[in-house]
Design a protein around this ligand. Structure first.
Ligand SMILES: NC(=O)c1ccc[n+]([C@@H]2O[C@H](COP(=O)([O-])OP(=O)(O)OC[C@H]3O[C@@H](n4cnc5c(N)ncnc54)[C@H](OP(=O)(O)O)[C@@H]3O)[C@@H](O)[C@H]2O)c1
Length: 224
């Protein structure tokens, strides 16, 4: 039996979301991207998510050019939650004057919920360096691949090291770190097993482990 997820209130809003939120960018049309799940597998994953207690989805109409949202629409229990989940918080922030970490601190201070998309760095934090998957191969040579710094590679190695020491999955180390920052992950789990692994209730990192993961991080400009 899988572990039950926890539910958190998003900031001071009335919106209560599951932890994690399931991202749906990887559900849709193989012609849009060869690593996404087709409709039958996506529906099976949505059902597995619901059965596991994951009640919140992240979606966008650009995923598979709308096919992702059409699939979600075929799973009626979720579509209600999906509308809630698409609520966003916008303030007239002096964004250019704020760095990423200041922005996060500002959000926590103002009671604005923070969600983190791609918490596994598109999969890089979930597999040892050099592991090839359909998705990694697709992006390894194209411009939209986010640049990896030397420090990123060292951090990925540290995630692997901690996962071996704690007998956790690498993805669980990354998600546990994120939860220690009070952000709610929007994870691209693409199988039932991975979905269950993304529920990291009871898995916490010590302050020393958190520092070990963070100390090499190099700041960079916010993407968008
Ligand atoms: N990426 C973006 O730019 C972006 C932008 C806006 C919103 N979002 C939202 O964020 C969600 C997640 O984004 P994402 O899929 O790009 O990033 P992610 O969650 O950081 O990475 C997902 C990838 O990690 C790997 N993975 C997931 N669980 C794993 C596990 N337990 N063990 C090993 N590998 C695992 C899989 O890679 P393999 O398939 O290679 O095995 C999967 O495709 C999206 O679905 C979307 O809702 C993303």
């Amino acid at each position: 039996m899988s572990i039950q997820p926890e539910y958190r209130r998003l900031g001071t809003s009335g919106l209560r979301v599951s932890v994690p939120i399931l991202g749906t960018m990887g559900m849709g049309d193989l012609e849009w991207n060869n690593w996404v799940l087709p409709e039958d597998k996506s529906i099976a994953l949505l059902k597995a998510a619901w059965d596991a207690g994951i009640t919140t989805l992240d979606t966008a109409n650009m995923y598979s050019n709308g096919v992702s949202e059409s699939i979600i629409g075929k799973f009626p229990v979720f579509s209600t939650e999906r509308r809630c989940a698409s609520a966003s918080y916008q303030e007239d922030l002096p964004r250019s004057a704020l760095q990423e970490l200041e922005l996060i601190a500002y959000c926590h201070y103002k009671g604005i919920g923070v969600t983190a998309y791609a918490p596994l760095m598109d999969g890089h934090l979930a597999r040892p360096i050099g592991t090839e998957t359909t998705r990694s191969k697709k992006y390894s040579s194209i411009k939209s691949e986010k640049p990896r710094l030397e420090s990123d590679l060292k951090i990925i190695q540290r995630v692997q090291e901690l996962s071996e020491r704690k007998n956790w999955k690498m993805s669980q180390v990354a998600l546990a770190w994120l939860l220690s920052k009070n952000s709610i992950p929007i994870v691209g789990a693409n199988s039932t097993e991975r979905l269950h692994e993304a529920i990291v209730v009871g898995k916490t990192l010590t302050n020393e482990e958190i520092k070990y993961l963070e100390e090499l991080y190099e700041h960079r400009p916010v993407r968008f």
